[in-house]
Design a protein around this ligand. Structure first.
Ligand SMILES: *Cc1c(COP(=O)(O)O)cnc(C)c1O
Length: 242
């Protein structure tokens, strides 16, 4: 068994245990493999082991990797989870299936305009800054509902939920508050009968997937526990567009 296959099994058993402990169905938590800084060969290895959903943080690296794995593109679901500069949105809109790191309306508007019409709607999560730190991206919990109400009006997008990156060691309570915010927005959108399936609470990484699942996460984003330690040097961004 390859190391990645073994790691995937271990992560899945952690997810299963956390779900059992929280009285939840493990089928309601999807596993996203965060492949940033790792090679396309490792992505392919994870794919051969059965992993179909992957996430990238850097536009150029992600676009290159998706392109290099064109032969299996139709079997994969690619998520963009990194900070977004507005002059890079076109590349994201053209290459990815999900964008989880939308942190302002302007970004959603550009993705909506730039999503190619022959592709399905781009799945969107609004990133919320639940630690309240000025260095973190994301809208404040207070603004989240209003931004969601604007995003659901945009064509070519499907608003699927919320994403957060808690501080290391964040309290269980802060994750539960985030789940509560998600449920409130979900209720609000349902009442207004929006077409969108607002069903995704993206929360939990290698070190905090258990408390995240206990707090209601439906999507965990796991890098290190699947692929091992990352190459810490950030790849250069070379794509340019206005
Ligand atoms: C890198 C990253 C992850 C994965 O983190 P690990 O601790 O390696 O599991 C998850 N989400 C986001 C937004 C990331 O940038």
């Amino acid at each position: 068994m390859s190391a990645i296959e073994n790691n995937l099994l271990q992560v899945k058993s952690r997810i299963q245990l956390a779900c059992e402990g929280a009285n939840r169905d493990k089928n309601n938590v999807s596993l996203i493999a965060v492949s940033k800084t790792h090679s396309k060969e490792l992505v392919r290895e994870a794919y051969v082991a059965g992993q179909l959903q992957f996430a990238e943080n850097y536009v150029q690296e992600g676009v290159d990797k998706i392109e290099a794995l064109q032969d299996i593109r139709k079997n994969l679901i690619w998520h963009f989870i990194g900070p977004i500069q507005s002059n890079k949105t076109r590349f994201i809109a053209e290459s990815f299936d999900w964008v989880q790191s939308v942190d302002r309306l302007k970004i959603a508007q550009r993705l909506s305009e730039q999503r190619p019409r022959d592709l399905p709607d781009l799945n969107i999560c609004l990133q919320v800054n639940i630690s309240g730190e000025s260095t973190k991206s994301g809208v404040s919990p207070r603004e989240a509902l209003l931004v969601c109400l604007d995003i659901v009006e945009l064509p070519n997008l499907s608003l699927r939920g919320l994403m957060a990156i808690p501080e290391p060691g964040a309290s269980l309570q802060s994750m539960k508050d985030f789940h509560h915010l998600f449920l409130e927005i979900q209720k609000h959108l349902k009442r207004h009968q929006f077409k969108n399936k607002f069903d995704t609470l993206s929360l939990g990484m290698s070190d905090d997937l258990e408390p995240a699942i206990r707090s209601g996460s439906t999507m965990v984003r796991i890098g290190t526990a699947i692929f091992g330690a990352r190459n810490t040097e950030e790849p250069p961004e070379t794509l340019e567009e206005e």
